[in-house]
Design a protein. Sequence first.
Length: 169
Amino acid sequence: MALIPSTVENVVKGIRTISRHAQRPPYFSDVALEETKALANLASISLKNGANPTALNRRVAEHIEELIGPKITNVGTVVGKLEGLTIHGRKVFFVYEQLTNRRVRCFFPDSMLPNALAGFGGRIAVYGTIRSRATGEKLSVDVEEIESYPPDSALPTAEDVRGILNDGN
């Protein structure tokens, strides 16, 4: 309870800083910035902590985009587990990368909905235009192709493949 006033003060100060220029405020992680951007894109909101209201608006979202927005665009593949899907508005599913377990947003056209549903909950590879941060962290993919992999239970075991390369001796 004792931290609530200082937390509120830091949030409002941080948003005020971002509204002036694209500068990361103290205590604002990438996740906090992304959530602030999402809120700023919903509507123009005014936060008040004391006498001066602080606008949470499109300018805040634009400055956040400068701070954490995509820096690199290339064509490639993301492999992982498809664990989220929404068809409200722009169609998107979420792949949790196999190596990093980070979420990557995958935007897809209507025609790929059956493939996305077929891969739901399983391991897939998506091919398309990937947007990444300068650090290499993948942020999103404009999906051109989806390939579903079989579940582990459908793969052959070591015993199944024993001797497959045996030369007959």
